[in-house]
Design a protein around this ligand. Sequence first.
Ligand code: ADP
Ligand code: MG
Length: 251
Amino acid sequence: MMVKMENVAKSFGTLEVLKNINFQVTKGEVVCIIGPSGSGKSTILRCLNHLERITAGRVYIEGELVDERVGGRDQLKISHKRVSEICTELGMVFQRFNLFPHMTVLENIIEAPVTVKKLAKEEAVKYALELLKKVGLEDKRDEYPSRLSGGQQQRVAIARALAMKPKIMLFDEPTSALDPELVGEVLEVMKDLAREGMTMIVVTHEMGFAKEVANRVLFMDRGEILEEDTPHNIFSNPRNERTKSFLQKVL
Ligand code: ADP
Ligand code: MG
């Protein structure tokens, strides 16, 4: 079990954006989260990596309790330092590529390994070059992000996340900001990662990707997981009326 949420709720003031969320992801699984805008998909990812604290329930990463709130009281026993350590096991890729604009591709990738993990620079560079090869951008090592297409920037962002050797990769609509002709190259990199056995949680509107790659699909609406099933069942035989009507709009 790599990730688990147990009875998780999250509110911003009086706005309840996650209600009674329960799911888990096992090693090597690819789970896609689909659902309308504002349904809480990003908030789930943000609660997994402690960018947000939950308002009820429990969050586990690799079996370790990283957030717990019971009866409105913070019950978390482990230190902030330990939480940060555990969160480095999670790689995150956002809709916007978030590369450092004043750094070259290579500098972007080695930044965290060198400053956070205290990896020797030569070692970080060696691994960064392997990763650039993997995402097909070896020749761009010395370019600045502004000189790359959106698809290339997103592939660099994936390489940068992988440079920390995460055990789990979280993707939040990684292709939504891309021109349509650039979506495929990013999805290919993600498919390769899935084939290599990476545990992945992918918020996406790319139903083709979900069908082809996901082991499971979660459908969210208004802060709840309404349906959870294999891609085959979700797409060809959705049980929930709201899943049906959502899929009719997007497929
Ligand atoms: P999705 O990713 O499915 O589009 P989000 O998780 O981003 O949805 O948002 C779910 C709901 O939570 C939305 O109504 C959004 O406006 C609200 N929300 C998200 N973050 C905040 C925040 N920091 N403060 C207040 N409301 C927020
Ligand atoms: Mg979102």
